[in-house]
Design a protein around this ligand. Structure first.
Ligand SMILES: [Zn+2]
Length: 118
């Protein structure tokens, strides 16, 4: 059971770095670059201090990006949540206008919340 307060999407991003222990203690992990959800045993490649990271950092088994977050972070590992992270961190909202105005508005609202955090 997760008791930790969610700190928003900026904090969520921190869970994609230096996260080996957290990923390995998660039931499920997701990548917010390619939006694939998988169990941590699929993570076989790690980046580490010699790659310029603070510590062991999981790479997505599908796309290879260091943008993996585990359920032990207390964030919901769902396609919806990963999509919002992806839009935010990979700035897709600016590059590719969302064809669905309703969804676009919903994401904008979430993004607005993000910017309100800092
Ligand atoms: Zn990926």
């Amino acid at each position: 059971m997760c008791e930790r307060e969610h700190q928003g999407y900026i904090d969520a991003h921190n869970h994609s770095l230096n996260n080996r222990l957290e990923l390995l203690s998660s039931n499920v992990c997701g990548c917010f670059c390619c939006l694939v959800i998988f169990t941590p045993n699929y993570i076989t490649k790690w980046l580490d201090v010699e790659d310029g990271y603070l510590g062991p950092t999981g790479r997505c088994p599908n796309c290879g990006q260091a943008s993996v977050i585990g359920s032990a972070s207390c964030y919901p590992i769902t396609t919806e949540f990963l999509t919002v992270l992806e839009r935010y961190w990979f700035a897709m909202a600016e590059l590719v206008p969302n064809p669905d105005p309703e969804e676009s508005e919903r994401v904008d609202k979430l993004r607005g919340k993000l910017w309100g955090i800092h």
